[in-house]
Design a protein around this ligand. Structure first.
Ligand code: GSH
Length: 213
């Protein structure tokens, strides 16, 4: 998008991630869409990589993603990293209200959406320690379906979450919404979400969760 070079073009960026982290995927999506190459330092949670002292120096909160910025500092929290990458580009509009709306969706993702989608995916699909019909998984999905219904209603008649062009808000909501089925969700009733997911996948620079050579 846009012909103006990205303010971080040509500067080194490195991402601390895990192979299948949806929060880290947000950052790889952002870099792909924005045309920014990014190196990966991939950790393995099951092997205890996040519990080491070395990792605590990357993120004392012991979570991925974290971004090593060109200033030489590690920055934690996916939404903060998206904000850092989006500044000075159309992915984070300069308009006061539009920017606040982006922030609103980023908060929505963290408080109403992410855990309800990420937890069942983690336990059913990745760790295989829960079954899709376990009461706890149903409870997560009840919460998540409310979030999905709000998103779907908002996207009716809109192309993207804020304004007419994609922003970091769309990037933030994409990963866990798109992987919902792995947590036992059926979002087939949400046609506006479905069309929005397809639009996000069709944008130049889209990066899949697992990149194949
Ligand atoms: N609020 C954080 C959440 C990050 C998060 O939950 N990361 C997961 C991987 S997707 C993680 O590192 N889990 C390891 C753990 O919490 O032990 C963000 O948005 O970056």
């Amino acid at each position: 998008m846009g012909r103006t070079p990205h303010p971080l073009a040509g500067k080194p960026l490195e991402l601390a991630d895990t192979l299948r982290s949806g929060n880290a995927w947000k950052i790889r999506l952002a870099c792909g869409y924005m045309g920014l190459p990014i190196a990966r330092r991939t950790f393995d949670i099951v092997q205890g990589d996040l519990e080491t002292e070395a990792f605590a120096r990357i993120n004392p909160w012991r979570q991925v993603p974290a971004l090593l910025t060109p200033e030489g500092e590690w920055l934690a929290e996916s939404q903060a990293i998206l904000w850092y990458l989006g500044q000075g580009t159309p992915w984070l509009p300069a308009d006061r209200l539009a920017q606040a709306r982006v922030s609103s969706w980023l908060s929505f993702e963290q408080t109403q959406h992410m855990h309800a989608f990420a937890q069942p995916r983690l336990l059913i699909h990745l760790r295989r320690t829960a079954r899709a019909d376990d009461p706890a998984m149903r409870a997560w999905r009840e919460t998540g379906m409310k979030a999905a219904a709000w998103m779907d209603a908002h996207l009716a008649g809109r192309t993207y979450l804020v304004g007419t062009a994609p922003t970091i808000a769309d990037i933030a909501l994409f990963p866990y919404t798109s992987m919902a089925a792995e947590g036992g969700y059926d979002l087939s009733g949400f046609a506006h979400i479905d069309a929005w997911l397809a639009r996000m996948r069709a944008l130049p620079g889209f990066t899949p969760l697992i990149e194949t050579a």
